[in-house]
Design a protein around this ligand. Structure first.
Ligand SMILES: *Cc1c(COP(=O)(O)O)cnc(C)c1O
Length: 457
């Protein structure tokens, strides 16, 4: 397939799309039986692109090969870290968005498309009970959403001088908060670690004491970070109490719901996340809890003006761009200027499947995590130290140290039917099993349990 122009003639386009569709259909059909991991012992650097043209079929074949040597993060057996799967409707949205390649860094160049993206953000604001001043944007992930939240908090509460400002986290707060603080120009000693209670939640009383002591010592506490679903155990901090502390102390309250935020769409999740509606900003990762492909985070803020104030910088070469209050100019809400249109990757699946489909799928994950918890608890050989708030379970062999547990994880993953990860809690090595992919059905969960059972006995 060799064509002169950089745009393919219609016949070639049709042919490439047909081959792509064929690949996608085969891939999706093969997922239930694909090995949960298939990692080569070595990976070699590849040749640079040639001067002359290649054949699409060859190139697709090479992509297919590369995709095959990987942890099968899209498959039903992926129970490590935070599984997501990847919705097909979302991928189609990606393709359509980049074909039309509209500019959505500002609202005025493609207003109706920016309105599509904003409609998704606004829908999320309502789901989280935020007021009509709320807004936000779709980012590439939780880390970037958190960066903008930290920058907005710093700008809103401290202004330009932030050398004495302090941020409050726990040992279970995601690393992206420390990273965001560093990029935002804060020193390591401006990050204050609040102790956790026995059940791994931020100790609200200890937080209030530390904040008061810091203030007395001349520090300026400005940002309190609560986690709605920690990475290690999926535990939700006492958000209601933390919101009260932030309010009493004039601090910005950020909720990291990168993992757990999506469960706000369910009744049980909403009950666990009570207090999140009082947040000044919320991070959500649709590439975790809404089953989208990697590269989609969301930042919601209580008052869109705070986000704009923290990020807006102007330049003379942008003078032709009309800047209206709505639809939003995303370049004023985050670090990016040019960006891909991220709206359709959420808008399309939400409209195609309906919101109810997401609520039901997430509800099912909560049920399945309970099945895992009960199944593990029944095994006398393992200790299951945490009752899950959401869908993360951790466990370890009762007899045997870290090394035996590490080997158990290796043996579980060697079955290639499931893929788990591990973490540490108070120094102890724990295996970690998170049910989250829309593709993980009851059958695979039962299989995971029977694999664990057979290997610990
Ligand atoms: C995944 C995660 C993040 C980081 O999000 P990325 O999308 O990986 O950048 C932050 N916080 C929590 C709790 C997470 O689970």
């Amino acid at each position: 397939m060799i064509f002169e122009s950089l745009d393919p003639p219609r016949a070639e386009l049709t042919e490439m799309m047909a081959a792509t569709t064929e690949f996608a259909a085969n891939f999706l059909e093969g997922l239930p039986d694909a090995p949960a991991s298939n990692l080569p012992s070595t990976t070699k650097p590849l040749d640079p692109p040639a001067e002359g043209p290649g054949e699409f079929a060859d190139l697709l074949a090479r992509f297919k090969e590369a995709a095959a040597t990987a942890v099968e993060t899209a498959g039903p057996g992926y129970l490590a870290y935070f599984p997501a799967g990847g919705l097909v409707a979302s991928s189609i949205g990606e393709f359509l968005s980049s074909v039309v390649n509209r500019y959505t860094g500002v609202g005025s160049l493609a207003p109706d498309m920016v309105a599509m993206e904003d409609s998704v953000v606004q829908w999320l604001c309502r789901e989280f009970g935020l007021p009509s001043t709320a807004g936000g944007l779709i980012t590439t992930g939780g880390s970037l959403a958190t960066l903008s939240a930290v920058v907005a908090a710093r700008h809103d509460r401290l202004g330009e001088l932030h050398g004495t400002g302090t941020v409050y986290v726990t040992e279970h707060t995601h690393l992206c908060v420390a990273k965001a603080a560093r990029i935002a120009g804060l020193r390591a000693d401006q990050l204050r670690v609040v102790p956790v209670t026995d059940d791994h939640r931020m100790d609200a009383e200890a937080a209030e004491e530390l904040i008061a002591a810091d203030r007395a010592a001349g520090r300026e506490p400005f940002l309190l970070v609560g986690t709605a679903g920690s990475t290690s155990t999926g535990t939700v901090d006492p958000l209601e109490e933390l919101a009260g502390i932030a309010e009493r102390n004039g601090m910005w309250f950020h909720v990291d719901g990168a993992y757990g935020g999506g469960f706000q769409l369910t009744e049980r999740g909403k009950a666990k996340l009570r207090g999140v509606e009082r947040a000044d900003s919320i991070t959500i990762d649709p590439h975790k809890t809404m089953f989208l492909a990697y590269g989609t985070g969301v930042l919601l803020v209580r008052d869109q003006a705070t986000l704009r104030a923290a990020h807006t910088v102007d330049a003379s070469y942008l003078q032709d761009l009309q800047r209206d209050p709505w639809p939003p100019d995303y370049c004023d809400l985050g670090p990016e200027l040019s960006r891909e249109f991220r709206g359709l990757r959420m808008w399309l699946p939400l409209h195609l499947h309906g919101v109810g489909a997401f609520r039901r799928a997430l509800d099912q994950k909560l049920d399945l995590a309970a099945v895992v918890h009960d199944g593990l608890t029944e095994l006398s050989e393992v200790d299951v130290p945490v009752r899950p708030d959401l869908t993360v379970n951790v466990f370890r062999l009762r007899s045997g140290g870290d090394e035996e547990n590490r080997r158990l994880l290796e043996r579980i993953n060697a079955t290639e039917r499931v893929f788990l990860s591990s973490t540490r809690l108070r120094g102890d090595y724990l295996l970690r099993l998170c049910v989250l992919s829309h593709r993980t059905e009851p059958q695979r969960v039962r299989e995971a349990l029977s694999i664990v059972r057979s290997l610990v006995r």
